[in-house]
Design a protein. Structure first.
Length: 279
């Protein structure tokens, strides 16, 4: 038991969580990024807790969950500043842990990509498959259910720092049950933030190659777009990035007449034309 714990004791772990304006990366942005740094024997070494101005409105649905509203983040630092601070907090050798880490990894990774900042190369472990493997006869493996199941101190849910502590307590519970480092690592399905780069690998058909030119040169783009009601409209945008959603590929861009950027399905977009440099 002592030999197994020594590997955990000598390793830095960082439990982290995010809150966002919505549930789809790129078209939604982070509004809170928090983390707890600790050793495998439960010694807390530091906290990271930052609100972020996303530059777009927070959806009503997201605010109902995380109780963060536009006025709470207005004037807070932008994502680029917080991501650099977060990278410094992580260091090179720590192992990150999140609950349902695929969501957090894709979201944080997409933020690094959108801001043009190099991603940390730390491993990210997932406490969700750990819970599924080690906790049986439970209604579900949501964090709130697990916290109540084990009787962890519950000071709320769906705020990033509080949830980071929940992740830490859950992970330490599995460690203290006597499992080896290698076993937990295997169950934890390690991934890295560069998983998010796959979201931006979009193959364009020949008729849409003007999008690539527009993104490369920074020129504005005009195209015909099929609206939800079936009508077609001419739209002029400042393009930002192409990305892959769950079912469709998108152009993320800001219309000339709109304050905030939006997403345009590529299968609804036709006759793109590069028209002018962005002022």
């Amino acid at each position: 038991m002592e030999d197994q714990l020594s590997h955990f004791r000598d390793t830095l772990f960082i439990a982290f969580d995010i809150e966002s304006t919505g549930f789809q990366p790129v078209q939604n942005r982070m509004i809170e990024l928090s983390a707890v740094k600790f050793t495998g024997d439960g010694q807390v070494l530091g906290e990271f807790d930052e609100l972020i101005d996303p530059g777009i409105p927070i959806s009503e649905g997201a605010s109902k969950v995380n109780h963060i509203y536009d006025e709470d983040v207005r004037g807070k630092p932008k994502a680029a500043e917080i991501l650099r601070k977060f990278t410094d907090f992580l260091g090179d050798d720590s192992i990150l842990i999140a609950h349902n880490s695929e969501f957090d990894v894709k979201f944080v990774g997409s933020e690094f990509s959108l801001e043009g900042i190099g991603m940390p190369d730390n491993e990210v472990w997932d406490s969700l498959p750990m819970a599924r493997e080690y906790v049986k006869n439970i209604m579900n493996h949501k964090m709130e259910t697990l916290v109540h199941h084990f009787g962890f101190k519950a000071e709320g849910f769906h705020r990033a720092l509080v949830d980071s502590y929940h992740v830490m307590h859950l992970f330490l519970h599995f460690v203290n049950e006597g499992r080896s480092f290698d076993e937990i690592r295997q169950v934890a399905a390690p991934r890295r933030f560069n998983l998010a780069t796959q979201m931006f690998q979009v193959q364009l058909p020949l008729p849409l190659m003007a999008l690539k030119k527009s993104l490369k040169t920074g020129y504005k783009l005009k195209f015909t777009y099929e609206m939800d009601h079936g009508d077609h409209e001419e739209i002029e945008v400042n393009p930002h990035v192409l990305y892959r959603g769950e079912k469709f590929n998108f152009l993320y861009a800001t219309e000339e007449s709109k304050e905030f950027p939006g997403s345009f399905r590529l299968d609804r977009l036709s006759k793109p034309k590069v028209i002018a440099p962005i002022a």
